[in-house]
Design a protein around this ligand. Sequence first.
Ligand code: NDP
Length: 249
Amino acid sequence: MKGHLLDKVAIVTGGTRGIGRSIVLSLSKEGVDTAFTYVKNTSLADSLVEEVRRIGRKSIPVQMDVRDFDGSRSLVEKVKEEFGRIDILVNNAGITRDRSLMMMSRDDWTEVVDTDLTGVFNITRACIVTFLKQKNGNIVNISSVGGIHPLSGQVNYAAAKAGVIGFTKSLAKEVAPYNIRVNAVAPGFIETDMTGELGEIYKEKVIDLIPVKRFGTPEEVARVVIFLVSDRSQYITGQVIQIDGGLGM
Ligand code: NDP
């Protein structure tokens, strides 16, 4: 698949850990240069840059919060200065603050919706003019099976991730005439820090519900993202691909 993506440039939000890190590394292996965002852990960002360097590509870390609208514009400017172009955007940054609605604070609601949904708006809004001008671009949004078949105790996350699906489909229609594709993936339970917080008993109950009887890996999500940003999926836009071991059937 390398030929399809060689020397392209991608922005990946939330690149330092979990699914985002795997996406950055997979893109690098396909010959793509990347810029990734993160908020907290600079040493993880530095180690990712080094891993990418060893693969033979370049990656720039950008410490910025996807909730920051103006910061999103600066990110895009920075990437264009560094690499001269942007071909791919993967909106991956996301958080959970699961609790029952009765216990959910205004901050629990706002932090999740602002990061998981408004963050997608901020970064995509900042990139779209570039994509429209070059009449070329590819966007993949990381939604969640929780936005389609939500569990209880996560109204904030379910609303944000369902919002990402609506955003994906509407934008896909809007920009299809400009050779820009927009798709989403909806992972189920994937082994990352996010699901690492779940207790063992809860995990066992969840695994019982998953037809393939295991959590997925970040690499299994990254592989589908690579397919969606490559020419192999040229006729696919506005779709949501579930990567969930059959959980959301
Ligand atoms: P992790 O918690 O492992 O990693 C999240 C990443 O996002 C980190 O790099 C983090 O950086 C970054 N991040 C968090 N908040 C912000 C922000 N405001 N601005 C910029 N970057 C931010 O998450 P996962 O890898 O598990 O999840 C990635 C995506 O996949 C999320 O959108 C999540 O909702 C979705 N998903 C995950 C599933 C799972 O089972 N793991 C299932 C379904 C969907 P830092 O460390 O600096 O905060």
